[in-house]
Design a protein around this ligand. Sequence first.
Ligand code: SF4
Length: 356
Amino acid sequence: MNATTALLSLRGVSRTFTTRRALLGRRLDVVHAVNDVSLDIAAGETLGIVGESGSGKSTLGRVALRLIEPDRGTIEFDGRDLLGADGRDLRRERQRMTVIFQDPYTSLDPRWTVERLVGEPLRIAGGTSPADQRDRVVEALRRVGLEPDVLTRRPRGFSGGQRQRIVIARALVTRPKLVFCDEPVSALDVSTRARVLGLLRELQVETGLAYLFVSHDLGVVEAVSDRIAVMYLGSIVEVGGAETVAQRYGHPYTAALVSASPAPDPLDRGAKRRIVLRGDPPSPITPPSGCAFHPRCPLAQPVCAVRKPPLRADPDGHAVACHRTAEDRRLRGADLLDLLRGEPTMNLLTPEGTPT
Ligand code: SF4
């Protein structure tokens, strides 16, 4: 995909935050939340972003929609410079890029009726009469399987799944082109989760929506995504087609996520033994030099501590950022897992061509 066919296109986007000493108010630390990220999302596509807590995936989603301003980089939405938009232009773009947040219990004001909750984005945007707003609210509710008799009710009378349907209706009411789904099912029980994911998929088929879908759960991301990007400490370390990344993964961190995922097919997914990474994720305040994954990586070599590996793409667009695995197509999927577990089933060569 190139920038001209992308609905949303990010190039070199970074975002840092400063933390301050509470009592003295002095600048203390810089948190590198998103670091030089480039990605595209096509119309009607779902791009899943997966990573541990603190990987920067939710911040990336917020930056992509300009809910948070980036420090560096460019963002184009539907062919327009999103960072150059302001005033009415920005409000118009915001109608076409909406958000579904994680927790349907806290993202709905309990004092408001469903009609007010779902219609709020239309009132903020302006330009529609109260009668049109009501029609659009009813249309959005019907799309998510709720009848107009819920208009006067308040959120406390609904189950978690119904609340998330109200949240989705609110995201749809402005007829957006792109929806940022920020861990949209992680607060729901398993059966409700499946129904909400099915609903999101149906809505995409009906309306041609694109989703930027963020989750810590690789299984959930694989189930809904056309492509997957894996984030570690603010950077994308692997990206490609969903099936490719989930089954022919080439980055050791992705392999660790796969081994920890409760996959339905343990043979294919190599779930016979989980890879336990050394230590906790490093602090984004003091990210490691070179490859940020090197302090935890079972395959790390001296070069990994000094040089950051670039994302290198195969002809099919599957890209991996790793000095050892990016250009060796034998180190994919189950073979990579075996190597990480110390059970290699093949003779491996170092990048210099000598046996490991
Ligand atoms: Fe591991 Fe080195 Fe690859 Fe980073 S570059 S994932 S440390 S082998």
